[in-house]
Design a protein around this ligand. Structure first.
Ligand SMILES: Cc1ncc(COP(=O)(O)O)c(C=O)c1O
Length: 450
């Protein structure tokens, strides 16, 4: 059977496949927020405000955590987790090179030094087997990230951490409701930070929360980030009273957003289940497709699919590059990209030698610690980055029709690999020779003209 012509090559596209709106707010959520606005109740300084208390109790119940503090962002939640553990100047925190920058910048903003350990090539999650070789006398914690809605291997990470007496911080910003080993992401470590900005699974406007089972971490985090350290709240430790002041990061959350959090929490499980159902439908539909593979998850690993990160199979594509496949999928109306541009330690602003950009607060601190990330390689992280085919995954209502269409787009690209190979060859040739009339003059020609 003759393959239908790709949109990239002038054919008719199969897409778009419109995602569902996300986030959505129930009438009740909107009414509750409006009521607060009407009353001018826009500020909540701690648990003594009923909405802040309600939000923190609801999240703590859902996360099975002893303590919860709502904050202004995911970054704030991670930074105060570290501050709550008294991690600061010169301390080393082991983390992953495959993430959103906030899981690294929260360490830098405490004056500490991120030490990167390689990830798993299939998922981009922290490799528990690679952690131990990065532990030194200065290591104070392990910060792991549940990236793309996939939970990291927490049982194995906790085992390594316990062996070395290190606390663990989980960044669950992309993985609300993901489960591993029978427990939810964020319920394993000593403290966890979550983002609840609008794109996230538990999406509001801009928000985040810290959960921890350690009371002292909670209060120290409050001391650094909340109005007067939340000292009027019940249970505030007397020994911290001399240190209560306004030398804080103002990371408190408005009750307007807190009330949205409360209401979003009531439907987040149902929405995540819908995302999972759609991935299951897509898996079924893509059974015959070889250019893109689903990552492998050990039994008991249940992602929540903030995004869907597939892996390009270069052997199957036989000469057609990931970027060409990505272009072909995009032209069909499927917005696919690659989320992490390069291993975080290789980002320009983490250079310690020869950095020429705007001054950062961390360049000197990293140089003083003797760090030169450019000397380090992260082979599995590189493989994940080079193979990633990432999709936003706001497919919330189960839809066999939409999943069938996405599968059909992948199948169409696969059927057209020979035509794509020719196209890629032509493009490469064009790039090598340049457009007519724009060929760079040789050095001799330049000299002859001058
Ligand atoms: C993995 C990860 N960590 C942390 C954050 C930071 O969250 P926020 O943007 O709310 O500060 C994000 C947000 O995009 C994230 O994806």
């Amino acid at each position: 059977m003759k393959a239908t012509r790709l949109a990239l090559l002038g054919g008719k596209k199969l897409g778009p496949v419109p995602p569902d709106q996300h986030p959505t707010f129930t009438k009740r959520a909107i009414q509750r927020a409006v009521k607060l606005l009407e009353k001018g109740a826009t500020v909540g300084l701690g648990k003594h405000h009923p909405i802040i208390r309600e939000a923190e109790e609801a999240i703590a119940r859902w996360q099975k955590a002893k303590h919860c503090m709502v904050v202004s962002s995911g970054h704030a939640s991670l930074q105060i987790a570290l501050l709550g553990m008294e991690i600061g100047h010169g301390d080393e925190v082991i983390t992953t090179p495959y993430s959103w920058g906030a899981s690294t910048s929260c360490i830098l903003h405490c004056g500490a030094v991120p030490i990167f350990t390689d990830c798993l090539a299939d998922t981009g999650l922290m490799d528990p087997g690679a952690i131990e070789s990065r532990i030194t006398r200065r290591t104070r914690a392990i910060l792991t990230v549940h990236i793309h809605g996939q939970p990291a291997d927490m049982p194995a990470i906790m085992k390594v951490a316990r062996r070395h007496g290190l606390p663990v911080i989980e960044d669950g910003s992309q993985a609300h409701g993901a489960r591993v080993g029978g427990r939810m992401a964020g319920c394993w470590g000593d403290a966890s930070g979550f983002s609840c900005m609008g794109f996230k699974l538990l999406g509001t406007t801009e928000a985040g929360y810290l959960v921890t089972r350690h009371e002292e971490v909670y209060w120290r985090a409050a001391l650094f980030s909340q109005h007067m350290g939340r000292s009027p709240d019940p249970g505030f430790p007397k020994e911290l009273l001399p240190y209560v002041d306004s030398l804080v990061y103002s990371y408190r959350l408005s009750p307007i957003t807190a009330v949205l959090l409360i209401e979003q929490l009531k439907k987040v499980d149902r929405e995540i289940e819908g995302r999972r159902r759609n991935v299951a439908l897509l898996r079924e539909g893509m059974q015959g497709v070889g250019i893109a593979e689903f990552p492998y998850y050990p039994a008991g690993t249940i992602p929540s699919y903030y995004t869907l990160s597939l892996n390009f199979n270069p052997i199957h594509a036989a000469g057609v590059s990931r970027d060409t496949v990505e272009k072909a999928l995009n032209a069909e109306g499927l917005p696919i990209g690659h989320y992490v541009p390069a291993p975080i330690p290789h980002w320009e602003r983490l250079r310690t030698r020869g950095y020429k950009g705007p001054k950062t607060p961390w360049t000197a601190q990293l140089a003083a610690a003797g760090v030169d990330y450019r000397q380090e390689t992260y082979p599995n992280c590189r493989i994940k980055i080079d193979r990633s085919l990432d999709m936003d995954w706001n497919y919330i209502r189960p839809s066999p029709e939409k999943m069938g269409r996405i599968a059909a787009i992948f199948a169409k690209v696969e059927e057209n690999l020979p035509a794509l190979r020719d196209w890629q060859y032509r493009m490469e040739k064009k790039a090598a020779t340049g457009p007519p009339g724009k060929i760079k003059p040789s050095r001799r020609e330049v000299i002859a003209k001058s």
